[in-house]
Design a protein around this ligand. Structure first.
Ligand code: 5GP
Ligand code: ZN
Length: 113
């Protein structure tokens, strides 16, 4: 989608700090990380939200989530991690290209929750 910021990241039109990439999936650091290592995982194809994902897109995406989470664990050494997906404005979605937040947790006062 031409005016979607995450499609622009997929297409290389705007930069992002990439954490993982394969044919179907891209993971990159959130531009305003709520905790150190806050990462977004997206399908390369434009789908607005969870409701729009096909089983194949969901499979391709979630297949790589554990290894991305493990890479984050390795790199940042958090004591916990939240995986969160917001769907719809009222649920806190602000970018309308499906994304899964991986938010490393460091304990009380880490800035999230
Ligand atoms: P949502 O509120 O839709 O669940 O999450 C959208 C996330 O995208 C926010 O955490 C926001 O900081 C992040 N974000 C918005 N624009 C950009 C951008 O241009 N680059 C990156 N890396 N993250 C972005
Ligand atoms: Zn998009």
């Amino acid at each position: 989608m031409s005016n979607c910021i995450f499609c622009k990241i997929v297409n290389g039109e705007i930069p992002a700090a990439k954490v993982f990439e394969n044919e179907h999936v891209l993971a990159f650091l959130d531009i305003s990380q709520v905790t150190k290592g806050h990462t977004l995982v997206i399908p390369k194809v434009h789908k607005e939200n969870l409701y729009e994902l096909t089983p194949e897109i969901a499979r391709n995406l979630y297949e790589v989530v554990p290894s991305i989470a493990n890479a984050i664990k390795q790199e940042f050494n958090p004591i916990g991690l939240n995986s969160i997906n917001n769907n719809g404005e009222h649920a806190g979605q602000s970018v309308f290209h499906f994304h899964l937040h991986l938010i490393p947790r460091y304990g009380k006062g880490d800035g999230f929750g």
